[in-house]
Design a protein around this ligand. Sequence first.
Ligand SMILES: NC(=O)c1ccc[n+]([C@@H]2O[C@H](COP(=O)([O-])OP(=O)(O)OC[C@H]3O[C@@H](n4cnc5c(N)ncnc54)[C@H](OP(=O)(O)O)[C@@H]3O)[C@@H](O)[C@H]2O)c1
Length: 295
Amino acid sequence: MQDKPYKTVLIVGCGYIGRRVAALLQAAACRVTGCVRSEASRVVLEGAGIHARLLDLDQPDIEGDGVSGYDAVLYCAPPQPEGDRDLRMQAFLRLLDTQAPPRRMVYISTSAVYGDCQGAWITEAQAVNPATARGRRRLDAEQQLSSWCGTHGVHWMLLRVPGIYGPGKLPLARLRKGTPVLAEADSPYTNRIHADDLAAICVAALFSPHANEIYNVSDGHPSNMTDYFFRVADAAGLPRPPAIDRAEAGRVLTQGMLSFLNDSRRMRNDKLLNELDVSLDYPDLDTGLKSCFRD
Ligand SMILES: NC(=O)c1ccc[n+]([C@@H]2O[C@H](COP(=O)([O-])OP(=O)(O)OC[C@H]3O[C@@H](n4cnc5c(N)ncnc54)[C@H](OP(=O)(O)O)[C@@H]3O)[C@@H](O)[C@H]2O)c1
């Protein structure tokens, strides 16, 4: 990989995706600091050769932990589980040194900001209309980050990410339990991205000549959610889960699972591919699943 214009990058919420991004950046001679909340995750980061910093954005007393000296920030931490606002994003923005801000911030948001689109193909021009508190918190985070960047002359990028899958990130526990899925006729469209492709997209967004843009991140091959579970089961050699109708799903699935069944949309990825100039290693689920079961 070529040398990059930003030399110091802070990854806030340096977990499954952040660690992959850190490895790509370090290969491009960037100095990376990964922020995590727990000591256990700090040990994992250091073990992977990534400089780690403990930062718990839920703690009220973090005001002293100022953030300065980074050329760019990739923000991957999820919002707290309740409410309509992202209080972690709010806490993080307050920590930034406004006299010496980063030059660019990239945020991993989610496609939940669009709400239900009744299965339609959508681009970034689709109006946001989150139907869940989960989606509203993400939209709030997007707005907080882009507004802060606007005020302080910082470039921003928003990545609207759907279901992430990859090695170690497949619903195998759920499949082993035999948790039912919706019958295919009732099942919403879902979109996906392989973790390695998402990491490469984060790097592309950090170093793109474009700025202040929103990208739908998807492999461009949506399918219904039940098809996803069936194909993962087949690839893993597990039995396909039983299919049930919506009425029964309302009785046996958790509220959290049900909330994912009400949004249906198919995301176009033309802007991502053309403007960020990325080529996907895993442009469809079959290719991506092979990577998850390699020795
Ligand atoms: N799973 C999906 O399909 C999906 C889809 C779209 C978007 N996303 C989002 O994409 C982002 C990256 O995903 P991922 O798989 O890399 O997530 P992940 O592995 O769960 O990593 C999340 C990171 O955020 C940190 N974090 C959590 N609470 C924090 C707090 N209060 N203060 C500071 N840091 C905190 C965690 O630290 P600790 O490990 O120390 O707790 C961890 O480093 C997340 O925001 C995720 O919600 C996920």
